[in-house]
Design a protein around this ligand. Sequence first.
Ligand SMILES: [Zn+2]
Length: 267
Amino acid sequence: MVLFRSLFRLAPITGVVAEGGGEAGAKPASGGPVDAALIEDLVAANRILVDHGVLDSWGHVSVRHPKNPERYLLSRSLAPELVCADDIMEFDLDSNPVDQRGRTIYLERYIHGEIFRARPEVNAVVHSHSPSVIPFSISSVPMQPVYNVTGFLAPGVPIFEFRDVGGMTDMMVRDPALGRALAKSLADKPVVLMRGHGHVVVAPNLPLVAYRAIYTEMNARMQLQAISLGGSVTYLDPEEGRKIEMVIKDTVVRPWELWKKKALAKK
Ligand SMILES: [Zn+2]
């Protein structure tokens, strides 16, 4: 099975605990066994987002535990392209790992825990630094939807400012307070930009969050191209955005199946 490493390769990285911190003290109970198909989808989402230039060596994608909404699943600290099924860990909404076993965990996991807490309808979260989006996080020009696959951007794309919460920081969501502030900036939207850092995309499921993350990056490129032409730019109307979203949620399975097949065939 390509998704599972041999026992030899599974050997934990001993003596290493958390990026920039010690092993978490709290040991929450597990939400229970998870269907292997969901784990496979989460592994696929990691690789799909690498294939599309959304994730590089950094960034992460998570899914809410299907049986316990107070738990979520996220890889141990690892470049997304390398993530396999046995790298997936379970966390509570305070972002404490259920069973750390010495594994290194992502410093910015609070992004996921605090958004899952604040947004009960959200079941999948992507944090990325995809390059074309960054300019819109530092510019006064707002990101707006330019074409009929980015209707989800029509409600607006807020920008999270670290300085408003923590003053001069390292601009990493390294604690629950910053995670809560980020979730507050996101509010009820599907995307929030993080000034000079990256962005977060949320959705009700993994196929939709992958699609939104991929097309947020593409929208950024196209908006920049349209602005560069020099004339006026016509963006989608919010009503067009709502109508597009009604179609996309039922058709996203088509690209998802293709992306997943390609991503999982590699290893
Ligand atoms: Zn980051």
